[in-house]
Write a protein that binds this ligand. Sequence first.
Ligand code: M6R
Length: 606
Amino acid sequence: MCGIVGYIGKRPAFPILLSGLKRLEYRGYDSFGFFVLDKDKDFLLKKTGKISDFEKHLEDDFLNKVNGTIGLGHTRWATTGVVTEANTHPHFDCQKNIFLVHNGIIENYKELKEQLINEGHQFTSETDTEVLAHLIEKYFQGNLEEAVRQALKKVRGTYGIAVISKKDPQKIVAAKLGSPLILGINNDEFLVASDSSAIVSYTRQVINLDDNEIAVLSPNNFFILKEKPIEKIDWDAEEAQKQGFSHFMLKEIFEEPEAIEKSIVGRTVLEQGLAKLGGLEQVLEQLKKVEKIIIVGCGTASYAAKVGEYMLEEYAKLPAKTEIASEFRYKNSILDDKTAVLAISQSGETADTLEAVKEAKRKDCLTLGLVNTVGSSISRETDAGVYCRVGPEIAVASSKAFISQLSILVLITVGLGRQREMSLVVGKKILEELQKLPDLSKKIFSQADYIKELAGKYSQYRNFYFLGRKYNSSIASEGALKLKEIAWKIHAEGLPAGELKHGQIALTDKDFPTVVICPSDSVYDKMKNAIEEIKARQGKILAVATEGNEEIKNLVDDVIYIPKTLEMLTPILSVIPLHLFAAYLGLELGLDIDKPRNLAKSVTVE
Ligand code: M6R
């Protein structure tokens, strides 16, 4: 959602805050703001729009004019209150002594605000955050951390906050509950941020704050109200650069072959047909006793979950079910200590998924995580888990993380399958074919220019269906979601192909094309039925089919070929052209595919 960064040390804070916020812009880009404490002249700036646009118009000597060495920055994704400068963080108290940035939602802000107004406080914004500044003002008696502690006792909701007070000036106080917050430690300077991308250029030594912890950073040291180990970020600043690509979205799609490789390397024992997932070793005995697995996630992660469900039922013979995390929490599923709940999340911070994990724990389930961001809330909340290991995903829409999630679900299927009835031969075959995918997937990129041309050709349409069946039915959903997200002038829907005839086909005509995912697999003939139904209504069809299928050319308008692989592995290949198609179509429409309208990378509110 929103992004936070704070700096305290000996260097001018502003350039560090600016570069940190630019890296956090993917978390929210409605507006941004800074506060830098300076003994001569404090600096407060709030702007709507994107930081990159602001930076373009910065005068050359602007950076030199802001000298303070303690400061805060914030990039906002609006939740409470429209996008205005007044609603932009940092927020402050009546006397402009306390400055605060916040990520999360204060659920009881209305009652707190009413109470504070009755006590004489004057508000300048519509946000929930501002109550925090006034509450801290109310409790402030010379010691900032104590005032923060008192204030936080009054609030209900989630927060990651960083606060500065002009009356207790040599410190930043940071606190968290339910929203991510990390500290960065670099000799005699300290940073605080909502995620590591903001600070990785300055330090890789970090501490992940836990819920209800308060940290106090000063120019020479820091303390937390509890002893915590220092951890190491496992990727470097280079990985968070565009590296010659015009957009992170394109770069990350082009990294998909490498994402498969990174996800599986060192995690297979081919001769024994086994998956070796270090993060699950401590729960191997418990996994043997599991009788049912529920996979939870949101958006793209939920589509990966659905593919995993099909793999686990077919190959591990384990009853599996996908639940949208936001539904799972409230629907009161029948769970017990023989149920494992696997949470899939790129960010590891998605509030709906995190809450689903907590609910599963309350019901005695074994909780597992499949997460990309090391040290994130979901990775810490679950009993055990597997990391994607694909480095930071910066574009708001997910791509390489999805490919990684699918690849690791194959490993989990083999792991759980071999604990059950899966034979050595089958385990070995799946792993052998999986290991071929990095190379096979690279072949798809040789059609990148052709896919770009197709994107140009189809850019005249405003509605699309995406159809797939069995393993590829949720790839249809992923293809449609990606198109909506990054080419947001277009409406798209993903459907299990068999559903078309049950009503959806009413919309099909010459102006409503369909993308059909039809590899040569056990449901290919059924997919042909759908193709014929669409053609009978003059619908245009773009097919994703298996190399060597010449027949398909006569049935549809355009074909993108993917290499042949096992049926269960086809989603890992078929989704690649769909990601490329969406990205090129977004670019064709002149859109910023890294920062789609209305979206935030990590959705840390329910
Ligand atoms: O970080 P997560 O994987 O938990 O995020 C889940 C969804 O919010 C995310 O996949 C979303 O659907 C993306 N915008 C997809 O591109």
